[in-house]
Design a protein around this ligand. Structure first.
Ligand SMILES: [Zn+2]
Ligand SMILES: [Zn+2]
Length: 216
């Protein structure tokens, strides 16, 4: 998990009601002055029994003559807290963060970044792992995956063939690049694929040792 998101497991307690606060997506702009919060996420007390929220309605009515109340809010990674004005009980209830989903997205993103960083050294280290990861995962950008396909041939490891062979790449260029790399690797190892059972066999074999079919 990247340190930027290490607050996902944090628990904040609202000082007005002693209830746990809820992680929400921050609204795009700072309500009122148009500045950003400096954070994608905010901890907000969404407890409808919270004293700040319950008392806020009368206070705002008296002070400003319109309907509204306050929710207690804290910015992650900061000691800053605010009484944030809300127009209705439902404000922010639609922006509650699905923490498990954010965690798994972030985990995937970190793995991808790690794999991309390893591409620089994968040929000298004979390390197929980051290349396979980036080719088999549909999320990385096409440019990154094309780069991985180019490195396949340089790593020249015949064990890359099985996981790649039956993968649906959804992109013709990428699929072609992978197929070309596989052909080059097979040729370099004096091997071929049996046209009947797809097992890898010697290039000169007249009969497949796996399916016993005769090869022309
Ligand atoms: Zn509260
Ligand atoms: Zn065969």
């Amino acid at each position: 998990m990247s340190s930027a998101l290490d607050f996902l497991d944090d628990k904040y307690i609202c000082p007005h009601c002693n209830q746990e606060m809820t992680l929400c997506n921050a609204p795009p702009v700072h309500v009122g002055d148009g500045l950003g919060w400096g954070s994608e996420y905010l901890f907000i007390c969404l407890n409808d029994e919270c004293k700040l929220f319950v008392d806020g309605w009368a206070y705002i009515e008296n002070q400003y003559g319109h309907m509204g109340s306050y929710r207690y809010m804290r910015i992650p990674h900061s000691k800053e807290s605010y009484n944030m004005m809300v127009g209705s009980r439902l404000a922010f209830t639609g922006s509650i963060v699905d923490i498990e989903q954010v965690k798994s997205q972030n985990e995937r993103f970190c793995k991808e970044k790690e794999a991309i960083a390893k591409l620089d050294t994968c040929v000298e280290e004979h390390n197929l792992e980051p290349v396979l990861y980036l080719l088999l995962d549909p999320h990385p950008s096409l440019d990154v995956r094309k780069r991985a396909a180019e490195l396949l041939k340089q790593i020249n490891d015949i064990s890359c063939i099985d996981p790649l062979r039956n993968h649906d790449f959804k992109d013709t260029y990428l699929e072609q690049a992978v197929n070309m790399a596989i052909s080059a690797i097979l040729a370099d190892h004096y091997m071929k694929e049996c046209p009947y059972c797809a097992e890898i066999i010697k290039a000169q074999a007249k009969m497949c040792k796996h399916c016993q079919k005769e090869l022309g």
